[in-house]
Design a protein around this ligand. Sequence first.
Ligand code: DQA
Length: 147
Amino acid sequence: NAIFVLNGPNLNLLGTREPEVYGTETLEDLHARCDRKAHALGFVVDFRQSNTEGELVNWIQEARTDASGLIVNAGAFTHTSIAMLDALLACPVPIVEVHLSNIFTREPFRHRSYISQAAKGVICGFGGLGYELAIEALVAAISRAKA
Ligand code: DQA
C-alpha cells in the first residue's frame, strides 16, 4: 500500500526558493504532511525528489509494479516533458498531479501541462495543503479502482 510522491526539479530548494510564490515550507515539511495524511488513511508514502528527468521517468516506471498510486509535482518538466507523460500513460495506477502555485495565474508557458492528460485530476494553488488534498483524492481513487 505505497503511494509514491515524486517531486521534480528545484523543489529541493523549497523554503528559500521564491518564497513569495512557493511559500516557506521546505520539501521535508511537505514530506511530513504526506506521511501524516497517508498514515491516517492506512497508506505509506515513498517521497522522492530529483532534478533529473530520466530519474523521474525511471521512478514512474517503478511505480507500475511497486505503487498503489502516484502523486506527481513535475516542476518545470510539467510544461516540457513528453517523456514523463509517456511514462505516466504506461502506469496503470491512479495519478494525481499537484502544484504548489496556481499555474494558471502565472506566465502563459505555465498554463500548459503535458502530464495532466495522464492524471485523474490536478490540484494547484493551495501550497503544501495541496499535497494532503492529493493524497485524499488519490486514496479515494485507489479504493474506487479496487471496488
Ligand atoms: C510548480 C509550478 C511549475 O511551473 C514550476 O516550474 C515549478 C513548481 C509548482 O509546484 O507550483 O517548479 O510545479
